[in-house]
Write a protein that binds this ligand. Sequence first.
Ligand code: 13P
Ligand code: ZN
Length: 273
Amino acid sequence: MKSILDNRPALKAVIDDVAEVTGYLWQKGWAERNGGNITVNITEYVDSEIASLPALAPARQIGKVLPALKGKYFYAKGTGKRMRDLARWPMKNGAIIRICDDCASYEIIADEPVMPTSELPSHLALQNYLLETGSTYKATLHTHPIELVAMSHIERFLRPGEMTRVLWSMIPETLAFAPLGIGIVPYKLPGSVELADATLEQIKEHDVVLWEKHGTVAVGTDIMDAFDQTDVLCKAANIYMCARSMGSEPDGMTEEAMREVQEVFHLPKKRPC
Ligand code: 13P
Ligand code: ZN
């Protein structure tokens, strides 16, 4: 069967990376059934032939007006589709969508009319923010990392800054690679515009956002980068849980040791565009 990826090696490489990452998500146990979703901005790979592709299904509403997305193109995981299936057949378990001129709806253009993820409002709200701020980031990843979701069931970790402080103190790399920490969004209905709005507010100040009792959302230059951001924080959560299961609250790095890492590595305190 013909695919939009045929004779487009650069675009195919982006989708191959998505497929590789979805395999990791499944292996890590973060992607039960259809759990998690991905979007990647692929507009830079769009040629005149792609631009003239007709819609495969009637346009659908996003649920938000997102002006920076006008005429932009995204790969989106399909709703109800499994990450482990996407790893083998990315264009059967996801699709390319084009944002319509009203900035409020989208149409599916390739390869097949696979309906995008139910979390599209959150993904596209973040993509809109990234474009508005001139960011080079292209990918958004929502997944269900076990240890981070487990921590979000404990009231103490929902207090502002507390989870970030504990995760940073587990291993210096967490602070180095997630210098903005993790933002918390109190529980909201999956797929809702309220969840999208709250996620957007938190990503402005943090590397990764944790949806209470649900999962994480990360942004990255590409999908590997968004995966790494999540993985670094989940590793720290795993170390915390291992120490706890040995019977005591881990000591954690001292405040002084953490300040030293911040200073020596010139870590940003705000999200660079
Ligand atoms: P989708 O199958 O619609 O992508 O939903 C999975 C999910 O994790 C919802 O939060
Ligand atoms: Zn989810």
